[in-house]
Design a protein around this ligand. Structure first.
Ligand SMILES: NC(=O)c1ccc[n+]([C@@H]2O[C@H](COP(=O)([O-])OP(=O)(O)OC[C@H]3O[C@@H](n4cnc5c(N)ncnc54)[C@H](O)[C@@H]3O)[C@@H](O)[C@H]2O)c1
Length: 329
C-alpha cells in the first residue's frame, strides 16, 4: 500500500482527506502539531506529532514511513487573524512550507498536493478560473500565494511534481457522522450559523450588508469537505502521470450569499437564527465564486454533496444540542 504523509491531518479538511485516502487504499500518516487540530480526528492511519518548521523531526518521520507523496494541509488559515498578526502567518505558512519542501527534496519525495485557496485571487466580479490574476487582499492569501510560487520554483529546478488545489469555502461534515468541523474560536460561517441555531452563540454576525450583491451580503462558493477530500485522492492519482506544476480550483461554480445560507439553515434546522448586522471586515472580498471546469474535466471533481441544504444537514449534528458530538471525536 502506498503511504502518504498528510501534514495537518488532524485538522478539519485534512482529517476528511485521511478518511478518503484510507478508503482508496492508501496509508495516510498524519504529521500535526495539534495547534488547531485534534488527536481524536486521526483515525485512518498513524499519527506523528511534530511542527512543520522542525526539519530534523520531519526527516525522522519521513525516514520511518517512507511516504511516496505528501499532502500539505498544515497552515494557519484565518483571514482576520492574519490581518492582526501577519508575522505569525508568514512564519507558519511560508517558513513551514519551505521546511517541508526541504525535507521532501533531501529525501527524494517527488509528489506534492498543496492546500491553496481562493484567497490567493482577491476580489473579482466574475467567475474565477485558474488564469484569473492572483491579487490576494489579505496577509493569509499572500502567504498562500507565496507558497504556490515557492512550489513552482521547486518544480522548475528539482524533481518535484505538484498540484495546488485552490479551495473555495470548505463546509459541511462527514456524511457518516465520524468527523466534523471543530475550531476554537470558530470563525467560519456555517458553524457560526449552527452555533447560533443551537443557542451556543447569541446571534450570527453578517459582516457587510450593503455590498454590491443582490441582497447586499458577501457571496461565497461553498464546497462539501468530503467532495474536497475525494478531489485530493484524484489529484494524487493524476500526479502519478503528470510532471510539472498544476493548479485547480475546487468549488461548485455557484455563489451563495450569507443571507441565503442563513435562510437555508433555518429551513433545515427548523429554527429561527438570530442575526447581528456588522460592517464589512478589512481584507474580506465581496464575492468569490469558482469556475471549477478544469477540476471537473481533469480530476473528475464531483460536488454532489455541496448544496447549501446538504452542507447544513451534514454539519448540524455537530452543533445541535441533540447531537452527540463529544462521543464521536
Ligand atoms: N477551511 C477552508 O474553507 C479552507 C479554504 C481554502 C483553503 N484552506 C486550506 O486548507 C488547509 C486546511 O484548512 P482547515 O480548515 O482544515 O484548517 P485546520 O486549522 O482545521 O487544520 C490545519 C491543521 O494543521 C495543523 N498545523 C498548523 N500549523 C502546523 C505546523 N506548523 N506544524 C504542524 N501542524 C500544523 C493544525 O494543528 C491543524 O490540525 C489550510 O492549508 C488552509 O489554508 C482551507
Amino acid at each position: 500500500m502506498t503511504t502518504v504523509l498528510v501534514t495537518g491531518g488532524a485538522g478539519y479538511i485534512g482529517s476528511h482527506a485521511c478518511k478518503a485516502l484510507a478508503a482508496a487504499g492508501y496509508v495516510p500518516v498524519t504529521f500535526d502539531n495539534l495547534s488547531t487540530g485534534h488527536r481524536s480526528a486521526v483515525r485512518w492511519g498513524p499519527f506523528e506529532y511534530g511542527d512543520l518548521k522542525d526539519l530534523p523531526r520531519l526527516q525522522e518521520v519521513i525516514r520511518t514511513w517512507r511516504p511516496a507523496a505528501v499532502m500539505h494541509f498544515a497552515a494557519s488559515a484565518y483571514v482576520g487573524e492574519s490581518v492582526a498578526d501577519p508575522a505569525s502567518y508568514w512564519r507558519n505558512n511560508v517558513q513551514g512550507s519551505a521546511t517541508l519542501l526541504e525535507a521532501m527534496r533531501l529525501s527524494g519525495i517527488e509528489a506534492l498536493v498543496f492546500s491553496s485557496t481562493c484567497a490567493t485571487y482577491g476580489n473579482h466580479d466574475s467567475l474565477i478560473n485558474e488564469a484569473t490574476p492572483q491579487r490576494p487582499c489579505n496577509p493569509y492569501g499572500r502567504t498562500k500565494l507565496a507558497v504556490e510560487w515557492m512550489i513552482g520554483d521547486h518544480v522548475a529546478a528539482y524533481a518535484l511534481r505538484a498540484v495546488c488545489l485552490r479551495y473555495f469555502n470548505a463546509a459541511g461534515a462527514d456524511p457518516d457522522g465520524e468527523l466534523g468541523e471543530d475550531h476554537d474560536p470558530e470563525p467560519h460561517l456555517i458553524p457560526r450559523i449552527l452555533m447560533a441555531a443551537a443557542g451556543r452563540l447569541p446571534a450570527v454576525e453578517i459582516f457587510g450588508t450593503a455590498l454590491p450583491t443582490p441582497d447586499g451580503t458577501p457571496i461565497r462558493d461553498y464546497i462539501h469537505v468530503s467532495d474536497l477530500a475525494d478531489a485530493h485522492v484524484a489529484a494524487l492519482k493524476y500526479l502519478s502521470g503528470a510532471a510539472g506544476f498544476h493548479a485547480f480550483n475546487l468549488g461548485t461554480g455557484r455563489g451563495t450569499s450569507v443571507l441565503a445560507m442563513i435562510e437555508a439553515a433555518e429551513q433545515v434546522t427548523r429554527r429561527t437564527i438570530p442575526r447581528l448586522l456588522k460592517p464589512q471586515r478589512p481584507g474580506d472580498p465581496v464575492q468569490l465564486v469558482a469556475d471549477a471546469g478544469a477540476a471537473r474535466t481533469v480530476l473528475g471533481l464531483r460536488t454532489s454533496r455541496s448544496s447549501p441544504e446538504t452542507l447544513i444537514a451534514t454539519a448540524w449534528p455537530w452543533f445541535s444540542p441533540d447531537g452527540d458530538r463529544a462521543s464521536r471525536m
